[in-house]
Write a protein that binds this ligand. Structure first.
Ligand SMILES: Nc1ncnc2c1ncn2[C@@H]1O[C@H](COP(=O)(O)OP(=O)(O)OP(=O)(O)O)[C@@H](O)[C@H]1O
Ligand SMILES: [Mg+2]
Length: 347
């Protein structure tokens, strides 16, 4: 029995989400906000959390401090069943933190990276060797552009993973510097690249040196270097492009999002989980899109993540989270009217 199926490598930190009157006014003005929630953040951590929620045995390799934020990060991961054997807590480093100022229409995101860019290829490689020894079948990397040291060693790490029999995937996420450099050498060692619409266009434009505005054209260019490319496109759903150029589309699940934080990471987790259980590409896309929609139903990156039972409902009629809650509401009101009817019958 495999102890570990997936090793996720990358960023882990708490997210502090403030809601209400969050537009800061300087000049020592004290503002009262409506809510403050501290939840698990970091693309890699949210992905690992989603995999664990789906029942997929998952280990995270990440770097935090030993401060309160580091302790909290590890506690939230453990509580969800993520294996934290390879989360290193360095007493000399501060843990990263993201503060989200959230209004119904808009968000401002303030990130202190702390230990995140200090994760080394050596740590990742040691985690890889140990996880492979414990049965890991897949290596996923998150947040390429927040971890320049890791990014520099990524081709070697991916090559090593493949030589140990693992498949590999990467979600670069956004490049805050918007240079989109350094991916070329890693591409040939990737089985799967998981960018969003903005990212796939930026990466392909950088690689080809030409302006590109079509995400499918962009993905085709990147896929020609080796990996299957799966594009996430919010309310427009997702698409999968093979190295040979064949394209598969999947519409989004219609929902009214509460908060889209972590939708991409939750999508990634469901795609990987589906792939590892040998599902067909169209089914991988379908489950991933559905998981992304679930993720948007709650605030923060992890609260809305689905279980396997939610992703593969037993009742065929249930096809999306919105319909599911509608069905639930209908059932509840049915139950209520049943009771009322009974009540009436007794009198
Ligand atoms: N408004 C929405 N309606 C329906 N589905 C959505 C919506 N937003 C996100 N999703 C689902 O979640 C998936 C991933 O979301 P998105 O395209 O925002 O990825 P991302 O930009 O990588 O996200 P992240 O901010 O987590 O990095 C989408 O492909 C879609 O399936
Ligand atoms: Mg993303």
């Amino acid at each position: 029995v495999a102890v570990i199926d997936v090793l996720v490598v990358g960023d882990a930190n708490p997210d502090l989400i403030l809601r209400g009157d969050v537009l800061p006014r300087f000049g020592q003005a004290e503002q009262l906000v409506d809510s403050a929630d501290v939840v698990l953040g970091g693309s890699a951590a949210i992905t690992a959390h989603a995999l664990a929620r789906l029942g997929r045995p998952t280990r995270l390799s990440a770097l935090t401090g030993t401060d309160a934020f580091g302790e909290l990060t590890v506690r939230l991961l453990n509580a969800a069943g993520v294996d934290t054997t390879s989360v290193t807590q360095d007493p000399d480093l501060p843990t990263g933190l993201t503060v989200v100022l959230s209004r119904p229409d808009e968000r401002a995101i303030l990130t202190f990276l702390g230990a995140i860019p200090r994760l080394t290829p050596a740590q990742a490689d040691a985690s890889l060797v140990q996880a492979a020894d414990e049965g890991a079948r897949h290596l996923h990397i998150s947040s390429f552009y927040l971890q320049p040291e890791l990014a520099a060693g990524l081709p070697g790490l991916l090559e090593h993973a493949r030589s140990l029999g693992l498949t590999t995937s990467l979600d670069t996420n956004f490049d805050p510097a918007e240079r989109w450099d350094g991916l070329t050498d890693a591409l040939t060692h990737l089985d799967l690249l998981l960018p969003n619409r903005t990212e796939v266009i930026a990466l392909a434009a950088r690689l080809s040196g030409t302006a590109i505005d079509d995400p499918i054209v962009a993905a085709t260019l990147l896929a020609a270097r080796g990996p299957v490319v799966v594009i996430k496109d919010g309310a427009h759903g997702a698409a999968r492009i093979e190295p040979g150029g064949s394209v598969l589309h999947q519409a989004a699940t219609p929902v009214t999002p509460v908060d889209t934080t972590g939708a991409g990471d939750t999508f990634n987790a469901a795609y990987l989980d589906s792939m590892l259980s040998g599902r067909a590409p169209a089914e991988c896309l379908r489950r991933a899109v559905r998981a992304g929609a679930f993720s948007t139903s709650r605030a923060g990156g992890t609260a809305g993540q689905p279980t396997a039972a939610q992703l593969d409902p037993a009742i065929d009629a249930i096809t999306d989270p919105a319909a599911e809650s509608a069905t639930q509401a209908a059932n509840e009101s049915n139950r209520k009217s049943d009771t009322e009817d009974e009540h009436a019958a007794h009198h």
